[in-house]
Design a protein around this ligand. Structure first.
Ligand code: GLU
Length: 407
């Protein structure tokens, strides 16, 4: 049975609350979202027929600033998933120390089945329905699974038309020429490489030559692969939703892999690599495994077979609570999602900030600020885990919740 992500999130919160003897009022606030919005989205298809999609926006908490978080387009999107994702955004934003609360949205749709025109009309309809509850100082969407800069630009445009004034910072993750920030596309993957590097460094370990298997080759997985490869790790296995490949020598040309996948639709048939089963990717005999796809990828069954000593969670909520217990018992270090993938929203904050000040930072400036934020958050988590004798996940929640409590 598929674990319910909202239950996973609740389990994590309760555990951290106990460790902290948290104020019951704050616990009550964090246990439920502030506001839930569900909208119905009728769409005229290109063939003249009408389909109706469900859209969601959950505003979990705004103690530290405007609600902030991505919008995903996926057939499995439902209210409990979006609630969980919005909770993780509250925690992530507090942990990486940006002045945002947590929100998340999505549409239950397979965007690959829609034409470009249908996708744009659906996005604009969604934006009109959400216009009363989003805004630069209220709630700021961004890309997530299957959404990108182009979709953000449609949201920005439709929002501005609806409210009747410019509002560049109503979304982040915009294209570069349309108010986006340098480095936003690379940010989540690059941020994950900084978090991994810092945690290993604090343990006195070098990443050089360490073998890595990455599940998921979307924006996050592909940039992480590039940056790890560049910093001397050996990326030996990769998967997408349809295929998985292994190379003992390591993949050195990630750009070539991306081109191949675009042309052929998957990694199947990639030269000089061995095809492996998709469900093997997280149990390969490597040093580091990286779930970078969707929730619940690492179940108890898979956890029992994990041979790596480190799990770097680049997806949101990839590890079920049962799997987590098994990994802990087996001394596998889990670098939690709210730390590992917080680089995306960190640069979203930089974008929002630049928009509001009419500034344009160079890529080098953005990367330097990102590195500083990721290392600071990783240090705080590592130190708290040591001091309290808890896992990195519990420590990450402790740091985040202490910041929320001090507001
Ligand atoms: N969707 C990303 C996440 O899950 C980024 C959110 C944002 O930039 O607001 O963290």
């Amino acid at each position: 049975m598929r674990a319910n992500p909202w239950e996973t999130a609740q389990t994590q919160l309760q555990k951290a609350a106990q460790a902290l003897s948290l104020d019951p009022l704050l616990l009550a606030r964090l246990s439920q979202p502030d506001r839930i919005v569900e909208v119905s989205l009728p769409l005229k298809m290109d063939d003249g027929s009408v389909r109706v999609f469900s859209g969601f926006r959950v505003q979990h908490n705004n103690i530290r600033g405007p609600y902030k978080g991505g919008t995903r387009y996926h057939p499995d999107v439902d209210m409990d998933e979006v609630k969980a994702l919005s909770f993780w955004m509250t925690m992530k934003n507090a942990l990486v120390d940006v002045p945002f609360g947590g929100g998340k949205g999505g549409i239950a749709v397979n965007p690959k089945e829609l034409s470009e025109g249908e996708l744009e009309r659906l996005t604009r309809e969604f934006t009109r329905r959400l216009a009363p509850v989003i805004g630069p100082e209220l709630d700021v969407p961004a890309p997530d699974v299957n959404t990108n800069g182009k979709i953000m630009d449609w949201i920005r445009d439709e929002y501005e038309k609806t409210v009747g004034h410019p509002a560049l910072s109503v979304v982040t993750g915009k294209p570069l020429g349309a108010g986006g920030s340098e480095g936003r596309t690379e940010a989540t993957g690059l941020g994950g490489s900084f978090a991994l590097d810092e945690i290993l460094r604090l343990r006195g370990v070098s990443g050089k030559g360490k073998t890595v298997a990455i599940q998921g080759f979307g924006n996050v997985g592909s940039y992480l692969a590039r940056y790890l490869q560049k910093s001397g790790y050996k990326v030996v296995a990769l998967s997408d939703s349809k295929s998985a490949i292994f190379s003992g020598k390591g993949f050195n040309d990630i750009d070539a892999l991306e081109v191949f996948k675009k042309e052929h639709g998957s990694f199947a048939g990639y030269p000089a690599a061995k095809a492996i089963r998709n469900d093997e990717i997280l149990t390969l005999p490597v040093d580091i495994v990286v779930p970078a796809a969707l929730e619940n990828a690492l179940t108890a069954d898979i956890a029992k077979g994990v041979k790596a000593s480190v799990v770097l969670e680049m997806a949101n909520g990839p590890t079920t609570p049962e799997a987590e217990e098994i990994l802990r018992a087996n001394n596998v270090t889990v670098i939690p999602d709210i730390l590992a993938n917080s680089g995306g929203v960190a640069v979203s904050y930089f974008e929002w900030f630049q928009n509001r000040r009419d500034e344009r930072w160079t890529k080098a400036e953005v990367f330097k600020k990102l590195e500083k934020k990721m290392r600071a958050a990783s240090d705080a988590v590592f130190r708290t885990a040591r001091e309290r004798g808890v896992t990195l996940r519990d420590a990450a929640y402790v740091v985040a919740i202490e910041r929320l409590a001090s507001e």
